[in-house]
Write a protein that binds this ligand. Structure first.
Ligand code: ATP
Length: 240
């Protein structure tokens, strides 16, 4: 990776998240090249592809946790700049793989730290109500993932990036998360990007789906187009 290529400027205003030419070159032949994306407020875009395709690199480059070699990231027409914590605080929620709560703090304390309205949160996930004052580290994996997703969706941001949000979860919890993400994207007019390995999740929540292979976008599909070629996409780009 080279020094930050993302500076500060304002271009023609486009609502939502716009990414153009995002390139993350790890210097070992792997990474992400010339990644383009536009997600309008209220839309969900899924990014799918097999292991190592570059999906996480896209989210890390957008959020600034990895410094892109090239590319422009804009939220509502304003180019993002600055350290990752600033980007995440002001514009972007990012849920990474694994759990992203403070394990020694209670669920309620985790929410307070992110300035989330607890009533709104427990309205989304009433099944977590009884776990409110339990240390987040002692919640089950699925409960922690629900909490991390809810916290990301309810923060005062315009863009939500979710990496493998259904990884390792039961079908019931996967369906619950998918429903909440879809509903909150619409209700809060969020631009949401979801990295996924399951076409079924993309079919359930996405307006568009990008398929990555070896660091490049090989397909950009509407949900109808994805439904029409699900087995081709799975056989060519998802299965080993
Ligand atoms: N810090 C790094 N240094 C060197 N190579 C890296 C680094 N991070 C990722 N890579 C490589 O870049 C490529 C893309 O990785 P990335 O994690 O973005 O893929 P992914 O599609 O998210 O994969 P997975 O589904 O397995 O998480 C892979 O070949 C990976 O090995």
């Amino acid at each position: 990776m080279t020094a930050a290529a993302v500076g500060t400027s304002t271009s023609v205003r486009a609502e939502g998240l716009s990414v153009s030419g995002l390139t993350v070159d790890y210097g070992n032949g792997a990474g992400l090249w010339d990644f383009d994306l536009h997600v309008q407020p209220g839309e969900v875009t899924c990014v799918i592809g097999r292991n190592g395709a570059g999906k996480s690199s896209a989210l890390l480059g957008i959020s600034g946790f990895v410094t892109p070699d090239r590319g422009i990231v804009e939220v509502d027409g304003t180019q993002l700049s600055g350290a990752p914590y600033r980007r995440c605080r002001e514009h972007v929620s990012l849920v990474v793989k694994g759990r992203s709560l403070f394990g020694s703090l209670t669920l309620a304390e985790n929410l307070a730290l992110a300035r989330i309205d607890a009533d709104e949160f427990f309205g989304l996930f009433p099944q977590l109500g009884s776990r409110r004052d339990v240390p987040a580290g002692s919640l089950s994996g699925g409960q922690q993932q629900l909490a991390a997703v809810g916290r990301a969706l309810l923060r005062d941001v315009r863009v939500v990036l979710l990496d493998e949000l259904t990884f390792g979860l039961s079908p019931v919890v996967r369906a619950l998360i998918a429903r909440v993400v879809r509903e909150e994207a619409t209700r809060r007019q969020l631009a949401v990007v979801v990295v996924e390995q399951h076409v079924e999740t993309a079919l359930a929540i996405a307006d568009r789906t990008l398929v990555l292979s070896e660091g490049r976008t090989v397909l950009d599909l509407s949900t109808d187009e994805l439904a029409a070629q699900t087995s081709d996409v799975e056989n060519t780009y998802l299965h080993p």
